[in-house]
Design a protein around this ligand. Sequence first.
Ligand SMILES: Cc1cc2nc3c(=O)[nH]c(=O)nc-3n(C[C@H](O)[C@H](O)[C@H](O)COP(=O)(O)O)c2cc1C
Length: 211
Amino acid sequence: MKKLLIIAAMLLVAAAAGAQGLTPVKLNEPNKDRGASVMKALNDRHSTREFSTEKLSLQDLSDLLWAANGINRPDGRRTAATARNNQDIDVYAIMEEGAYFYDAKKNELTPVAEGDYRALIADRQASVLDAPVSLLVVSDVLRFTGLDAEMQKQWGALDAGIVSQNIMIFASGCGLVTVPRVYMNSEEIKKVLNLTETQIPMINNPVGYRR
Ligand SMILES: Cc1cc2nc3c(=O)[nH]c(=O)nc-3n(C[C@H](O)[C@H](O)[C@H](O)COP(=O)(O)O)c2cc1C
């Protein structure tokens, strides 16, 4: 417990330093011709909690993010549906060098905080620490206007689940492994990413190559 508190304090000090040392990661165009058939990807989908520490190639990272919540139509709509097309979902990539916001319009990862925050995602589930990237799915429930707080949270959770499923099917069909997870240190993650009260970390998917 004491050790965890010390790690959390160190992470917060690092977060206070911001993202100065990081530069945006320009992503590749998604390769839309890869992968197994949808039926095979569904057949092979399963949760994996052990990962190789090998970093994802830029193409795999680019394709993963596009599959998760990229833009797939000229009007800006996404690979993942959202209730009323309110587009409440933001995806963050938490990697060894830092935490990044996935900017689907620019097709790039925008630095948010320098440092390795994967421990905040793993929380007490140490085995997922090896994954080179964890995708954090955040719903900004403020984008649901005219709903009470309970409904906002419910719709946000549903939209987040769809993004997580996109990640799982992509991983299954394209040679990666993942697990959907609700456990994480949400309070500290919110501080590191500078999230507002209405931006709720809903689910995370550590992703990597099979160990
Ligand atoms: C909403 C949701 C939250 C989950 N949270 C966790 C988690 O925090 N940690 C974990 O190891 N697995 C988590 N899982 C994975 C489930 O344990 C897993 O999907 C289930 O055991 C079925 O196995 P399968 O995914 O291989 O079919 C979660 C799954 C879902 C759908």
